[in-house]
Design a protein around this ligand. Structure first.
Ligand code: UD1
Length: 362
């Protein structure tokens, strides 16, 4: 069976890679890797492909950046051509980026069965573009692969029959397990002059945090205060860098000693995370990876589509006003133990392939 696998943006790649490897190893599937080009910088895309052992994509659509409608529309137009030329037996889309929803829409209209990997997550916050993408993608998908029981419950509450839902676990941790043996040798902490266990990492790129001058200025001010408590390194997303420069906030961070570095590829970033004392973020994936590795995570958001990382893991939702208190509490406490919710075990891709095989035969 021919399987189209859509990769688009940085957080997709670590979800697509294990599945591509598992489908390639299986005799009965032929994966076709399609990159929409939503992320295009080397450190946001090609370097990560290499770290994950992914080959060059079979198709590269090169859509690039734009408004939401421009990006979504460009992906739909480009993917429709590919899908009409080679009608796949399955289309697999992952995560919640614009390309995910765009390709799901194309597949659904061409009557190509769509599978959504990382289905059922809900923040309940429709001001978040990713929430719109999650809703649209799930409603159009024939099969929904969920990472955790809350995903199953959300889909059931939306009236989706259980027969279309399979809980497969968290596939990102398959990628993490695959590179784990290389993390010590990578020694990113050393590269940046940091002492393992004695620094924090910041990542931030959500429109809700960085697009408004007042909010982003407040956050940078609190981060500068936080830097008095422990060394902080900030691998900075291009969206964030753009806003920081526009709002003139660079010196607020650097005068406080915060190291601003370019976005890191997967291997160096995971090495940096593994040795960190704490993470401050607004990312989705980092909430899960820190839980898995047992690193306190302070999430600068009002809500999360990944509640299991709070209930069973090391994650806490914070605001700019509570950042400093939460940070002091976290660094004073003993390091938490790594937590592994059910099926967060590095074997999600093989469960996906088994499920796809059963559904192909059915
Ligand atoms: C996207 C996803 C988000 C994900 C994030 C991870 C959507 C709606 N959002 O947000 O869910 O968490 O990726 O990174 O799909 N840019 C570059 N180089 C690149 C890619 C982007 O410079 O390789 C710049 C763009 O020009 C733009 C900004 O970064 O100015 C935003 O890129 P975009 O892909 O539109 O959204 P993200 O904010 O990255």
């Amino acid at each position: 069976a021919i399987v189209h696998l859509i990769a688009a943006a940085r957080p997709n790649f670590m979800k697509v890679a294990p599945l591509w490897h598992a489908l390639t190893a299986a005799q009965d599937f032929e994966p076709v890797l399609i990159h929409t080009g939503q992320h295009y910088d080397a450190n946001m895309s090609d370097d990560i492909f290499e770290d994950l052992g992914l080959p060059r994509p079979n198709h590269h659509m090169g859509v690039g950046s734009g408004t939401h409608a421009e990006q979504t529309g460009s992906v739909m137009i480009a993917y429709e051509k590919i899908a009409m030329e080679q009608r796949p037996d399955w289309l697999i889309v992952v995560g919640d980026v614009n390309s995910t929803a765009a390709c799901a829409m194309v597949g659904a209209k061409l009557h190509i069965p769509v599978v959504h990997l990382e289905a059922g997550l809900r923040s309940g916050d429709r001001e978040m573009p990713e929430e719109i993408n999650r809703l649209v993608t799930d409603v159009l998908s024939n099969v929904m692969w969920t990472p955790s029981p809350d995903g199953d419950e959300n889909l059931a509450a939306e009236g989706i029959p259980a027969s279309r839902v399979s809980r497969v676990g968290n596939i990102m941790l398959d990628s993490l397990e695959r590179i784990r043996p290389k993390l010590d040798a990578e020694n990113s902490a050393g590269t940046f002059g940091l002492t393992p266990g004695r620094y924090g990492i910041i990542t931030m790129h959500r429109p809700s945090n960085v697009d408004e001058k007042e909010k982003f200025t407040k956050i940078c001010g609190e981060l500068a205060k936080a830097a008095k408590h422990l060394p902080l390194i900030f691998p900075m997303h291009p969206r964030t860098r753009g806003r920081m420069e526009e709002f003139g906030l660079e010196t607020t961070l650097t005068d406080a000693g915060i190291q601003i570095v370019p976005p890191q590829s997967y291997l160096p970033f995971m090495s940096l995370m593994k040795d960190s004392q704490l993470v401050i973020t607004d990312s989705g994936g980092l909430q899960e990876e820190t839980t898995y590795l047992g690193i306190p995570c302070l999430t600068l958001r009002d809500n999360t589509e990944r509640p299991i990382t709070i209930e069973q893991g090391t994650n806490r939702l914070i605001t700019p006003d509570t950042l400093l208190d939460e940070l002091e509490t976290a660094i004073a406490a003993d390091a938490p133990a790594p937590r592994k919710p059910e099926f967060w075990d590095g074997r999600t891709a093989s469960r996906c392939v088994d499920d796809l095989r059963a559904r192909t035969k059915a």
